[in-house]
Design a protein around this ligand. Sequence first.
Ligand code: ZN
Length: 442
Amino acid sequence: MGRPEKPVPDPVSPVGKLATALRNGRRLSGLSYAALSERTRDYSAATLQRAASGAVVPKRDVVRAFAHVCSLDVDEIDRLWLEAYRTRRPRRSAAAAAPLPHLIGNISELRGALGELRHASGAPSYRMMQRRAQAVGLELSRSTAYRISVGQQVPGSMESLEAFLVGCGLPPRLHPVWGAAWRRATEHAESIRLASVRATQELEAVVADSPKGVVSQEAAMRLLRKADFDALERYRGFDMPWTVECMRCAATLRVRLSDVVLQRATCLECPEINERVHAAWSDLLANHSGALSRQEVRALRASKLMQVRFQRNHLDVPVFVGDKETGAVLQSSAWHPVLESALRRRIRRRFRLDVFLVYDYDVMTSSRNGSRQRRLAKAAGLVDGPIEGRRHGELDRGGGATVPSRVMATGESSSPPTYTVPPARRFDRQIELPPAPTNSGP
Ligand SMILES: [Zn+2]
C-alpha cells in the first residue's frame, strides 16, 4: 500500500471535482495506482496519481484511460475535464488575437489591452522589455513592465507608454494609435474625476452653513453626530478622509463627510456586535449553566431581544416584553449577571451593560398611559408605546432587590423618563440618559 493521498486542494473547483471523481472511481474499483498503471499500459502510477491530485489539469488522454480502467462514465469524466481545462487556462490563447487599440475608450479597456499586447507580442520577459526600452533611451523598470502587463497599473505618461510598447517589440508605426488610445482613456478618467469633484462641491454647497458654500467645523461635527459617528481628529474638508468613531459600537473607521451626508458611510462592525449579542442571548436561553430559574428562562423566551447599541463602553441591550407576567419576572435584575457573563464570552471588549425592558404600550396600566410619555417617546423616534427601563448597575444604588425599575412613565416623577431607541434611528444621547435620580439628593 502506498502513502495515503493528500487531500484535493480545492475540491469545489473544476479541477478539484475532476480529481475527486477520479479518486472515487479508483476507490470503488479497489485498484492501486500500480495496478491501474498496469491496466492502462501507457501511463505510470506516478502520472495517474498526479492526474488525480487536483493540483494540475492532467492530459485528456490520461484522464480518459484512468476513467476507462476504473469503469467510470468516460463521457462524464470528459465533461469534468473540459470544465477544468477551460477554467484553468486563462485566455492566453487570445494571444493570437491582438488587441485593437482604436476601440479603447477608458482606463479599464486600456489596462486590459496592454496586458494582452504583451502576450500578443510573444510574452517577452520583463528583463527583455527593460533592455529593449533602454536601448532606445527609455526608462522601463521590470516591476513597471510587470505591473502594466498584469493590469495593476497603466502608464502614467506618454513616455512610459512608449517604453512599454518598445518593450513589447511593437513596430514604431503602430505606436501612434496606442498613443491616441492612451490619451482617450486618460482624458475620460479625468473627466470622470472632475465630474465627481463638481458633484461633491455642489453637495457641499447644499449642506453648507456659510455663504461661501463650505461646511464649517461645527456643522461638520453636527452632521457627523447625526449619523452616529464621533470625530477622533480635526475635520479637514468635505471630501477628505476623516477618522471617526462609531457611536453605536465604538469601532474606529475612516469616512468622508460627503459620504456621510449621502448616507454611504456605514460602520462594518455594528452588524457584528449585534450578531454576537444575539449569540449570547441564545446562550442565555439555553441556560447551560443552570444559573437561571425555569420561570426566568420562560420569561426570557417570551420576550424579544431588540437591536442593541454599543456606545463608547456602554452596551445597551433593549428587551421587548410583550405581557405583564413576563415583565413582572424580568423586573428583577437577578438574570442580568447571567446575561452579562454570556456577553463577556462573546464580546471581547470592555463594556458596561445596561439592560432596558421595553414594554408594549398596550400592556401599560392606564395611569402610565399618559399622553406626555407618548409624545416623548414619539419625539425620541421610538415605537408607538412608552418605554420602561432599568439600567443594570444602578439598581444596587437604588436599594433592595425589589425596587421597581427607575421609573419612567409615571408622570409624577421629577426625572425625565428613560427611553431606548429602536434600531437605525437617530437619537440624542442627552435625552436618552438623564442623571440617575437616586444620586441627585443631598
Ligand atoms: Zn459600529
